[in-house]
Design a binder for this molecule. Sequence first.
Ligand code: AGP
Length: 610
Amino acid sequence: MCGIVGYVGFRNATDVLMEGLKRLEYRGYDSAGVAVKVGGRLEVLKKAGKLSVLGDVLKDEKLPGHFGIGHTRWATHGAPNDPNAHPHTTEDGRIAVIHNGIIENYLPLKEGLLARGHHFTSETDSEVLAHLIEEKYDALPGSPGRLVEAVRQVLQEVYGAYALVVAHQDHEEIVVARTVSPLVIGLGEGENFVASDVPALLPYTRRVIFLHDGDMAVVSRAGVEVTDLRGNPVEREVVEVDWSLEAAEKGGHPHYMLKEIYEQPRVLENTLGGRLHEEHANVELDLNLDPARYDRIHVIACGTAYYAGWVGKYLIESLARIPVEIDVASEYRYRDPVVDERTLAVAISQSGETIDTLEALREAKRKGAGTLGVINAKGSSITREVDDTLYIHAGPEIGVASTKAYMAMLGAMAMLAVWLGRARGTLAEADAKEFLGELRKLPRLVEQALEQRAHVAHIAEKYHQAADYLFLGRHIQAPTAYEGALKLKEISYIHAEAYPAGEMKHGPIALIDERLPVVVLTTDSPFYEKTLSNIQEVRARGGRVIAVATEGDLEARRFAQDVIYVPRTHHLLAPVVSVVPLQLLAYETAVLLGRDVDQPRNLAKSVTVE
Ligand code: AGP
């Protein structure tokens, strides 16, 4: 996620901005920049690469001002290079803008601006905001509130996710606005601060205001005025944060993994944001692939990414009716796969650096396959070797156990399935619109699933001494069972295995006894009754069943000792809401067992060696 810092006060603004951005580095980024008011003008310096690159330039070109804004960018639209780094400015440099998030309708807005004679220097959606604000500002009469009014008018025209920070050379104030992407204000004496996260503020103040979605604020030396998007004042609590710096980097959570589990609604917004177009019954993935070229798909990935690919198999075969083979990359690369130029190899990877996935991709390419990456990390090795990349926009994932990246991968695979289905004519317009409507609800449904945390913690307490766990799921919930088992084993070190529910009677049923917790994914689906009978088979042998069921399902409660309810959604999207309680079960169990949740033993975040 990008880092934002803003300052107005008496200190050297450049020092405050650089110190703050350094404290946000853990969020991951690929370029950085600052805009500082010097001698009545906003001076902008921005460089691709790490903060040290910008710091070296600032050693020579000092910016001795007391008012400025700074940014570290995690690239979404446009490569990580100098022109695409923030701040973005108007052509005359009067206005500087930094932005976290995605402006979904930036393309038509940019076309309008180009038609009205504006010139752009970057490929980003964010730069559009600077030019729009300039137009509104110049059309308004001179007044102290001119800048905030111009920003307010622009925000009526854009939609998407943003943490927006605006500076104008003629106003010693910072105008900010927040929708989906977080923004925090720090309160000082004769100085005030803005940041995307608390750590940047801690050297200067612990009095903060957490802006809510739909809030705007004007931050000056004299004080802070918070309003809604229409300019109506709103009251926001001033919070005294007592976090240590380390705790602050985890958003007040005890572990990065828990912070990332709770980031999932926002991550899903970013993954889906701007790409769902119900009005056209399609998605906009900005891919240069030709679906007509392919008659089969090979998904290659490892670990959690592999399970995302398995969910993707069900989605793509259901909506696009094209055969999908899935392989763990370490097997694919040695099995002499049947591949030709009509094969599309899809490499799924959070890091984009997993060597098994990279080598399997190369094997597919050698045999003539077209290639697509479904990747989180911009500019990673796999993105440089595929024909095209569908970025999942999960932001940097610090916890070794993948959670939010998995969620983002599921969102990406669902969109890919729609795109292929519409292109191949196997997904009717009405069905596509209905499915997209269900996709758009998912961030809120994940938010609701997270509300079960206390109940899940209670279940973890009951079973955390178990030596083994069994996870069962059917159809598209089979990969969910495998992902749940992987989460539990990799952070709690409890042996956990997963099976397709229908397979239990072919062997695993011999494992069932009163010591074995059995997690069963039994959400609403055309196969619900079959899975319910699996639960009864387990109970009949004294097994302990933990059912993950659709809210309102009383049948599950009749047969399972414990039930965790998840919100209702399309059965092909059930894995998105169902994985949340499994992530929480693994997390709470690992904490109870005193494990190193963020860096479990023997594991690395990215396996770049064979
Ligand atoms: C996930 O919790 C694991 N840490 C691991 O299985 C991971 O998913 C796998 O190594 C693949 O990593 P990638 O997505 O970066 O390629």
